[in-house]
Design a protein around this ligand. Structure first.
Ligand code: MEV
Length: 441
């Protein structure tokens, strides 16, 4: 493995063009790399500047396909859903599931709650009773000191909704926490929550500094950190599909709808008892969710972190979706936490995120939660349907073949011939390479 020469201090201070040239020297052909990376710059320098400023040390843009899953029915409303994802078959799988369930009453969704959470982690060495005695005054101080900050959010029906003191002193000496609940309207609210929490930290220190009846030592509070929590189990959405088992007739050529419903259920049940399967099963769910989350300029790491934590709520990691069969009724359901925004942050800065939201009809944050979760269930349905019938490779391989053909610079004519040839052949890189060689001779 190459040990790259260290970059001298001050890289961040260089101009973008200088950074690019410096980095290009790490490649075999620097001139070619500069041209390639520059070819991905936006032709409008104002637009490019916007992207440069999203992050740091930017030298170019990295493209990811922006696709569409048309006609997704959620609560009897039709959506055209933008999906940003690099993995082949995900958009096709989501679209196929949307069509399948569109013919069976569509997706049903409901937001369970929109509560977000933040924490003030602090150290104090006094007696807990003394702290509890002061709790109402501390809470009041918190609210007074952040009133100006929260005023607008309160007007929109949000703000701080609960403050709870948690005693962790048995685990870490002197360590307490304020667990704070928020409602943030249509904003994801990370900045709002963190600003309020930082003020709580200052307020707590100021409050104790003024407690003249306490010893000098006890007038000091150590603010260890203040930060939102990405664990948002109560910012949660539920989405489901249901139909009579006979409406599953035809999915499997060897099983009738009722038999297939039980096979499908078994596949989902496995993801409840086996972690290896659960991880892949949930990954398939996030194929759909992340694609919408990214397309709308939301934070997919936050959404995933919350989801995987929720998937472990019963003491082991398990499937986020579940199947029930009641008599003749088949129901497939997904419940996930999801902290999303449709105003503020990247949602209003990224030109394509803005357009995604417009395409979705400018949804509220709870509506976007329902849309993203629906695409999760849609992808999960298609994945499990493929796995339990013809297997995943058949569909994947078609797309895989395209990618290989592009890598091998196949012409349109060569692609057409190769697609025809590999219709009933196993696709492998070597196989495609050999086939192209044979027709190029
Ligand atoms: C691939 O990205 C996702 C799947 O592996 C999900 C699953 O196995 O359920 C197909």
């Amino acid at each position: 493995m190459a040990n790259r020469e260290r970059i001298k201090k001050g890289f961040s201070k260089l101009l973008k063009e200088e950074k690019l040239k410096l980095i290009a020297n790490y490649f075999e052909n620097p001139g070619e790399v500069v041209n390639l990376l520059k070819s991905y710059w936006h032709s409008d320098s104002k637009q490019q500047q916007l992207f440069d400023e999203f992050s740091e040390n930017t030298i170019t843009n990295f493209y990811i396909p922006y696709g569409i899953s048309p006609n997704v029915t959620i609560n009897e409303k039709n959506y055209i859903v933008p999906m940003v994802i690099e993995e082949s078959s995900v958009v096709a799988a989501a679209s196929a599931a949307a069509k399948f369930w569109g013919d069976r009453g569509g997706f049903h969704a409901e937001v369970i709650d929109v509560c977000k959470v933040g924490q003030v982690h602090f150290g104090w060495n006094g007696d807990k009773a003394q702290l509890l005695e002061r709790l109402p005054a501390i809470k009041q101080r918190f609210m007074d000191d952040t009133a100006a900050m929260t005023e607008k959010m309160v007007k929109r029906g949000g703000g701080v909704t609960n403050i709870q003191l948690i005693d962790f002193t048995e685990k870490i000496e002197g360590y307490y926490q304020f667990l704070v609940e928020f409602k943030t309207g249509d904003a994801m609210g990370a900045n709002f929550i963190n600003s309020v929490l930082e003020q709580f930290g200052h307020s707590l220190q100021n409050y104790f500094a003024e407690q003249t009846d306490l010893s000098e030592e006890l007038r000091k509070v150590e603010i260890i950190m203040t930060i939102l929590s990405n664990n948002t189990p109560n910012c949660r959405v539920k989405v489901w599909v249901e139909c009579g088992v006979n409406q599953l007739d035809g999915i499997d050529e060897h099983l009738n709808g009722a038999e297939y419903a039980h096979k499908f259920k078994k596949a989902v049940d496995i993801a409840h008892i086996d972690t290896y399967r659960a991880t892949t099963h949930n990954k398939g769910i996030y194929n759909g969710i992340d694609a919408v989350v990214i397309a709308t300029g939301n934070d997919f790491r936050a959404v995933e972190a919350a989801g995987h934590t929720f998937a472990s709520r019963n003491g082991h990691y398990e499937s986020l979706s579940s199947v029930t069969i009641n008599g003749n009724l088949f129901r497939f359901e997904l419940e996930v936490p999801m902290a999303l925004g449709t105003v503020g942050g990247l949602t209003s800065l990224h030109p394509l995120a803005k357009k995604s939201l417009e395409l979705l009809g400018n949804p509220t944050a709870p509506e976007l939660m329902m849309i993203a979760a629906t695409m999760g269930l849609a992808n999960n349905f298609s994945a499990v349907r493929s796995l339990t019938t013809k297997g995943i490779q058949a569909g994947h391989m078609k797309m895989h073949l395209n990618n290989i053909l592009n890598q091998l610079n196949a012409t349109d004519e060569e692609k057409r011939k190769a697609r025809d040839f590999f219709k009933d052949q196993t696709v492998s890189f070597a196989g495609v390479e050999k086939y192209l060689e044979s027709i190029r001779k």
